[in-house]
Ligand binder design. Structure first.
Ligand code: ADE
Ligand code: ZN
Length: 342
C-alpha cells in the first residue's frame, strides 16, 4: 500500500517523453476533424485495436500518421498543455521533453509554428504552478545527416529555449555514428546530448552513442546487459539510462512486464530511471509506469525511492536544485513510511 501512496506523493522527474507521443485519441480526432484529415480510424475502439504493435517500426508508422493532424500554433499548444497538466496531476515537478522538428518541417510546418505553441504552454504552466522543464530537440535517424544539419540551423533562433539534442526514430540500420558531426556541432553550441540506443539495436549502438556522439545519457539502453564490459563502463561512468517499461512491453522488447530487466539493472548499480516515452500509445504516463512495475515486479519502497532519486541525479537540473528535490523525496517518503501502518 505504501508503494502506491509514494508513487503519487513523491515529486518526480521525467527524462524521456516524446511530446508527439502524448497525443491522446480525443485530441487526435478533434484535430483531424478541425483540419479535415482522414485517418484510418474514427473512434476509440478502432484506435485501441490499431495500437497493437509488433515492433518499433509498426508503432512509428502510426506515430507519424497521428502527428499529421498537428498543423497550427494552437494544435501544438493544446498538445503541450495537456501533457503539462498530466505532469501536475502525476507530481512530475521537472520534465525534459523531446520534440521532433523534422516530423513537422517535412510537412511544411515551420519552427515558428510549433515553437510558439510549445512555448506558450510551457510559460503558462511555469507561471500557474511552477512547472519546470527543459526541451530536447531530437533528430530523426532514418533521415540524412544533411537534414539533421538543416534542422540544427533552423533551430538557431530558438536555441535559448533548447537544452539538448537527441536521436530517435527507426534504430536498426541507423547507427549513432551516422550523426557524429551533427552532435559535434550541437556540442559546440553548448547543447547537451542524448540518443536512443539499445532499445532494439545491439550493444554496439550504445558504444557508438558514447564514443561517437559523446552523449550525456542513453535513452532506453536495456540491451546493454548483453555486453558485460559495456555494463561496467556505464556503471563506472555513471551513465544514465532512461528506461521506459510500458513502452518496452508494447513494442515487444520484452514479452511481458515480469520479464523486464529494469530492477536487475538497478540492483547492479546502473543509473536507471523510469519514463513514459509515448504515453498515449503505450498505455500510461509516468505514475502508470511505476505502478506497473510495482504490480509485475513487486518493486518495493526502497527500489522506488532509488529510481526517483536517480531521475533527479540524471536530469540536466543544477546540482543545487537536484539536492533540494532529493531532500524533499527523503522528507516526504520518511513521513509516509513512518506514518504508514499497513
Ligand atoms: N520516437 C518516438 N518514440 C520512440 C521510441 N520509443 N524509439 C524511437 N523513436 C521514437
Ligand atoms: Zn523514446
Amino acid at each position: 500500500m505504501s508503494v502506491k501512496k509514494l508513487i503519487s506523493a513523491l515529486p518526480k522527474v521525467e527524462l524521456h517523453l516524446h511530446i508527439e507521443g502524448s497525443l491522446e485519441p480525443d485530441l487526435l480526432m478533434e484535430l483531424a476533424d478541425k483540419h479535415q484529415i482522414n485517418l484510418p480510424y474514427s473512434n476509440l475502439e478502432q484506435i485501441n485495436l490499431a495500437y497493437n504493435f509488433e515492433d518499433l517500426q509498426s508503432f512509428l508508422d502510426l506515430y507519424y500518421l497521428g502527428a499529421s493532424v498537428l498543423i497550427d500554433e494552437d494544435d501544438f499548444y493544446q498538445l503541450m498543455w495537456r501533457y503539462l497538466c498530466k505532469c501536475k496531476e502525476d507530481n512530475v515537478v521537472h520534465t525534459e521533453i523531446m520534440f521532433d522538428p523534422q516530423t513537422h518541417t517535412e510537412r511544411g510546418i515551420d519552427f515558428s509554428v510549433f515553437m510558439s505553441g510549445f512555448l506558450r504552454a510551457l510559460n503558462q504552466a511555469e507561471a500557474e504552478w511552477g512547472q519546470s522543464h527543459h526541451l530536447i530537440m531530437s533528430f530523426l535517424r532514418h533521415l540524412s545527416e544533411e537534414s539533421a544539419f538543416d534542422t540544427l540551423a533552423a533551430a538557431n533562433p530558438y536555441l535559448e529555449h533548447i537544452h539538448a539534442v537527441g536521436l530517435d526514430s527507426s534504430e536498426l540500420g541507423n547507427p549513432p555514428g551516422k550523426f557524429t558531426r551533427v552532435f559535434e556541432s550541437a556540442g559546440k553550441l553548448g547543447l547537451k546530448r542524448v540518443a536512443h540506443a539499445g532499445e532494439e539495436g545491439p550493444p554496439e549502438y550504445i558504444w557508438s552513442a558514447i564514443n561517437d556522439l559523446n552523449v550525456d545519457r542513453i535513452d532506453h539502453g536495456v540491451r546493454c546487459v548483453e555486453d558485460p564490459a559495456l555494463v561496467d563502463h556505464l556503471i563506472t561512468h555513471n551513465m544514465p539510462l532512461t528506461v521506459c517499461p510500458l513502452s518496452n512491453i508494447k513494442l515487444c522488447v520484452f514479452d511481458n512486464m515480469q520479464q523486464h530487466n529494469i530492477l536487475e539493472m538497478l540492483n547492479q548499480e546502473l543509473l536507471v530511471t523510469v519514463n513514459a516515452d509515448d504515453p498515449s500509445y503505450f498505455g500510461g504516463y509516468l505514475n502508470d509506469n511505476y505502478a506497473a512495475m510495482h504490480e509485475a515486479l513487486e518493486m518495493d519502497e526502497k527500489e522506488l525511492i532509488k529510481l526517483i532519486k536517480n531521475s533527479f541525479k540524471a536530469s540536466f537540473l543544477s546540482q543545487e536544485t537536484k539536492q533540494h528535490w532529493i531532500q524533499q523525496v527523503d522528507n516526504i517518503s520518511n513521513s509516509i513510511l513512518y506514518e504508514s501502518t499497513d
